[in-house]
Write a protein that binds this ligand. Structure first.
Ligand code: HAM
Length: 415
């Protein structure tokens, strides 16, 4: 398990603050549940056949002879809490949580035995539109903190009946090729065959390319629902890829399943995972309640953001300017940006653009704003990203008088 040292805590706090703001703007309230729950909750909620319950939980018997478990995830605990505290009778609930989770996994970069999640759960909302809204909360949050190279992977797991049909088709296909399966997949073929889709073994993956897909086993209603979700995501301009092998590691999912992965994380590429779990609340003793949620792994966010600097001495904007009028205009702009709480370094050297750009890069600012004679003539300024990880376009032109837009564009993500 890993310490979070003083040099890192500021980064954590900034992400937590941003998350809090982001979720509150979307009308999502915080819930805090205990780190310790009765073991039965996770066995019933997550499923005994999963790796999490079968191999990874930290369980012990307390002094009252009860089996207790350090929570391996947040969803089951939140479901227990909303049932126990009668929250579901008060209409749809939109909740978020954050904090440590515990799984006895083999530690590696991006995978720890104590790790932290930021999660969101929606209860009592069943439409494809609510799936899209939930996905957009995760997507926009990750984009807002400045991550790029993200991919939203999407699948539909259909209803329980759809999965039973699919399971039969998949098993009968794989049974013909058992000699090509590794030991783990052979075990899963009996216990939890859909998990084989997630195999890391290349030979198994090659075989799976020819296997029947879950899409073929979806009922008409499930197919329509999935199409509707895709249409809404397109309208929201949230790009996605369909991954019919995306099954997730926990048993409670149905219909929509999704993951957001990063091309900068290596083997542990999933930053965010989630999906719909319409049967879980009832399964754990509550009223039938359609539900959907996601959780983001904080440590993976920290890795992705580690190249981004939060040093308070670093300006957000470096103002590159040359020419008599341009220099005055730059001073005017610097004052306006500073008044909007944006840290600006104004180059006063009057040296060549090349030299000023070198200094801009050295300053580690996120943005260079460029004003020269040409810009003055056109009434425009250029904003250039100096940040290799930025997801915003490389160079954009703004109207000089459009101060609100300029401020909006360059303001740091935690404002
Ligand atoms: P999960 O996919 O097991 O889903 O975990 C969500 C995220 O937590 C992962 O994508 C990853 O970023 C992070 N994570 C998981 N295990 C570790 C680990 N050992 N070390 C570091 N990070 C890790 C869930 O937990 C579900 N409860 C998500 C959900 C909420 N589904 C519906 N509502």
């Amino acid at each position: 398990m890993v310490d979070i040292l003083p040099s890192e805590t500021e980064r954590w706090q900034r992400i937590e603050t941003l998350a809090r703001n982001h979720f509150s703007l979307a009308g999502i309230d915080e819930i805090r549940t205990p780190l310790l729950e009765g073991t039965e909750l996770f066995k019933r909620g997550i499923g005994e056949g999963t790796d999490v319950v079968g191999k990874e939980m930290y369980c012990f018997v307390d002094r009252g002879d009860r089996s207790c478990t350090l929570r391996p995830e947040g969803t089951a605990s939140v479901v227990r809490s909303v049932i126990q505290n009668g929250l579901l009778s008060q209409g749809p609930q939109r909740l978020w949580y954050g904090g440590p989770m515990f799984r006895y996994e083999r530690p590696q970069a991006g995978r720890q035995r104590q790790f932290h999640q930021l999660g969101v759960e929606f209860f009592g909302l069943s439409s494809a539109r609510s799936d899209a809204e939930l996905i957009s909360v995760a997507w926009d949050f990750l984009k807002d903190i400045g991550l790029n190279g993200l991919t939203l992977q999407l699948n539909s797991l259909g209803t329980l009946e759809d999965r039973i049909h699919y399971r039969i088709k998949l098993v009968s296909f794989l049974e013909e090729f058992t000699e090509l399966l590794d030991e783990n997949s052979k075990k899963q073929l009996i216990k939890n065959p859909l998990r084989i889709l997630d195999s890391k073994n290349n030979d198994v993956q090659k075989l799976l390319d020819k296997a029947p897909t879950i899409g073929d086993s979806l009922s008409k209603e499930s197919k329509e629902r999935f199409c509707q979700l895709q249409q809404i995501l397109k309208r929201l301009e949230i790009p996605f890829v369909i991954n019919q092998k995306l099954v997730r590691g926990l048993d409670y999912y149905c219909q929509t399943a999704f993951e957001i992965t990063s091309d900068q994380l290596g083997a542990q590429a999933t930053v965010c995972g989630g999906g719909r779990y319409d049967d879980l609340v009832e399964q754990l003793g509550g009223p039938p309640t359609p539900s959907i949620g996601f959780a983001i792994g904080m440590e993976r966010l920290i890795i992705l953001l580690s190249e981004k600097t939060f040093d308070s001495n670093i300006p957000n904007v470096y103002l590159v300017n040359k020419g008599k009028e341009a220099e005055l205009e730059a001073l005017f702009l610097a004052r306006n940006l500073r008044a909007a709480n944006i840290k600006v370094e104004l180059d006063n050297s009057g040296s060549s653009f090349g030299k000023q750009f070198k200094r801009a890069n050295k300053s580690k600012a996120s943005w260079a704003i460029v004003i020269g004679d040409e810009e003055i003539i056109n009434g425009e300024i250029k904003i250039k990203s100096l940040d290799k990880l930025s997801n915003k376009k490389d160079e954009l032109v703004f109207n000089m008088s459009d101060m609100q837009n300029i401020i909006q564009f360059v303001k740091p993500f935690d404002h």
